[in-house]
Design a protein. Structure first.
Length: 417
């Protein structure tokens, strides 16, 4: 831990809370880990205030962070938690404008040396703090949101989801190439962190921006858990975690289970989460006649998910579009191997030593590849144990502490310049 002459950093982190996963948990983990090296002044959404103020006094940090809260309003908060609604960005833009107004007062009050636009990570709303870059170094990222669900996968979706995701393709194309505020923010930034190799490539190709690869989420290395036993003699136990919606690819997992049943591989799939496509997926379970192989638990608290991970053989992660999913690093931190697509941030994190990646080429090829790998792992139980043991090295490389030190080193270089 560091204290004394720590750097004063103003951070905009709309989503930041101690009891959640995904982007909210990501924001929180960045804050508490950076606080061991910097004096942080954080602007966040008022809906997280109660949880933050309950948890911060329990922490043993080198520098206690100072939080300022801006209320997005009940409707904006509701849309944030629903996820995926274009309407949210109207409320979020207004929140960012207020954050910009507040930041002007905070800069002089706290002698701010670095400004960091942390989250939400999506590129399409860069906020307005970049306007201050002329007087104070400005850092943006990790930036993400450039990944898209491949068109040939969308072709297998329901009509409603087809219209939604085809529309997103078109809108995102326009935003990437014509959103003037995104271009201005990128040009103003002294440093841009890219959340995946895909994003890093797009930033260079489209905007001619050299960025630093920094997956937006990290792992809890100190809490690493080594599995002792895999695959009882009766089945291979698979865990699926996420919001049940088109981009998460749950039907791929269900079709894979059907194949495993036909191949006489006794597999069980536990599905943690809920979402707009849950009803359709339950119907698909009935149609595929795999009811005895599938359990829907609904949405459960993040801490319970982590405990649950210790009881399974494999995280079956079928998502088609992500940043760097928190659940993948949580799984590895709990010694749980990962089976996923070789895409997005999880494609950067998961390697051959701790899991298996299959190409993101087509819906049917994904199903065939997943089926083959699960069948192999069921018949090669020692491989799962090796994956679990080796996950420790991956977790260490992706630890929050290591990422925080990398970011702080970048801050210091900016101040030397």
């Amino acid at each position: 831990m560091e204290s004394g002459n720590s750097i004063n950093v103003l951070i905009s982190s709309f989503a930041c809370g101690p009891y959640w996963g995904s982007e909210v948990g990501m924001g929180w983990n960045w804050i508490i880990n950076l606080s061991n090296h910097c004096n942080l002044i954080i602007i966040t959404e008022k809906g997280f205030q109660k949880d933050i103020e309950a948890e911060v006094p329990k922490l043993n940090l080198a520098n206690n962070p100072t939080f300022y809260y801006i209320d997005i309003g009940n409707k904006g908060r509701e849309l944030f938690w629903k996820q995926g609604s274009f309407l949210f960005y109207n409320y979020y833009n207004k929140w960012q404008r207020k954050a910009y107004g507040l930041s002007n007062a905070l800069i002089s009050k706290h002698d701010i040396q670095i400004i960091h636009q942390l989250n939400l990570i999506g590129f399409r709303e860069p906020g307005y703090l970049w306007k201050l870059a002329g007087q104070i170094p400005f850092v943006w990222g990790p930036v993400g949101g450039f990944n898209q669900v491949p068109l040939n996968y969308i072709a297998t979706f329901s009509l409603k989801n087809k219209l939604f995701y085809y529309s997103k393709h078109l809108i995102q194309h326009l935003q990437v190439h014509y959103h003037s505020r995104v271009k201005k923010a990128l040009k103003a930034a002294n440093i841009v962190f890219a959340e995946s190799t895909t994003t890093k490539s797009i930033l260079k190709k489209v905007y001619n921006i050299e960025s630093i690869l920094m997956n937006e989420t990290g792992a809890d290395f100190q809490d690493f858990y080594q599995h002792k036993l895999f695959c009882d003699n009766n089945s291979i136990n698979l865990l699926w975690v996420g919001k049940i919606q088109g981009l998460k690819g749950l039907p791929i997992a269900l079709q894979t289970l059907k194949n495993l049943k036909e191949n006489n591989i006794p597999a069980k799939l536990t599905i943690v989460g809920d979402g707009p496509d849950e009803k359709a997926c339950r119907k698909l379970v009935d149609r595929l006649e795999i009811n005895e192989m599938v359990l829907f638990t609904g949405k459960i608290p993040n801490m319970e998910v982590k405990t649950l991970m210790k009881k399974f053989d494999l995280l079956f992660f079928t998502s088609l579009k992500e940043g760097t999913p928190h659940v993948v690093l949580e799984a590895l931190s709990n010694g749980l191997p990962v089976l996923c697509h070789d895409a997005c941030g999880h494609g950067d994190v998961v390697n051959d030593s701790c899991g298996v990646k299959v190409p993101l080429k087509s819906y049917h090829q994904s199903i065939q590849s997943f089926t083959a790998h699960i069948e192999y792992l069921y018949n090669s139980k020692c491989k799962l144990y090796d994956f679990s043991k080796n996950a420790k090295d991956t977790v260490e490389q992706c630890s929050w502490e290591k990422k925080a030190k990398q970011v702080v080193a970048t801050y210091k270089k900016l101040l030397i310049k």
